[in-house]
Each structure stands twice: as structure tokens, then as C-alpha cells.
Design a protein around this ligand. Sequence first.
Ligand SMILES: [Zn+2]
Length: 132
Amino acid sequence: MDKSYVTMEACFICGEDTGSLLIDRRLKDSFEKHTRTLTVCDKCEKNYLSKGVLLMEAVQKPYGYTGKKKPEPTGSFLVMREEVFSKMFDKEIPEQRRVFIEPDMFKKIRQWSEGNGSAKDDNTKLGKKRKG
Ligand SMILES: [Zn+2]
């Protein structure tokens, strides 16, 4: 199987093409036809991130020679409404509208949000369109 250095960038939320091609040698391990990045397509940006914050479950993984850790998204996410986010975290809405959440915390938030229906969950309406 030949590895390609080119992949279609896929929206983090819906998995659809964002229309961008990615060409990056560093990404080759994860290269499939579509590569999910932290990019969100225009549609999802408008539908979800205009009113909410994207919470991405991520584990801390060491990388490079230094062993320094950086968050690596697991692919699970939910979108939380702004007002809920502010209440829960007592924080300003991040400009990027994207935050990484550790798995333990993510689980709690998800359970909580399922209880009151204030967040979109990737197991309900979203995330089913994954191709392949
Ligand atoms: Zn999208």
C-alpha cells in the first residue's frame, strides 16, 4: 500500500470535506483519504460554534525527543452552549471556541449534559456520517 502525502481535510464535527487538501509529511501515519483535524467546516461553525463551544476529549501524549506532552483528541466531542459553558467553568468563552478536556472530566460533562439536554452529543445527531 502506498502512502500518500495528500489527504482531504475533514471537519472535526461532521466529518465532511472542508475543501482543503492537506499535504504534510508529519501527518503521514494518520493519513487516510480523509483526515480529521481540528478544523470545523463553515456549516458546523455556523450551526454550532456561533452559539457554543466545542469540547474535545483529549489525552495527553508525549511527543518528540523531549517527551513533552500535548493533547491528542480522541475524536469524542460535544458542543456546549455559551451560557452553559460560562456557568460550568466560570470562564470567558475562548476565542477559538475549542477546548480540550481530559477523558475523566469529559465523561462527567457528557453524563451531565445528557441529563439536561443542553449539549449536542456526537452519538446522537452527529458523527454518524463517517465514511469508509
Ligand atoms: Zn462540519
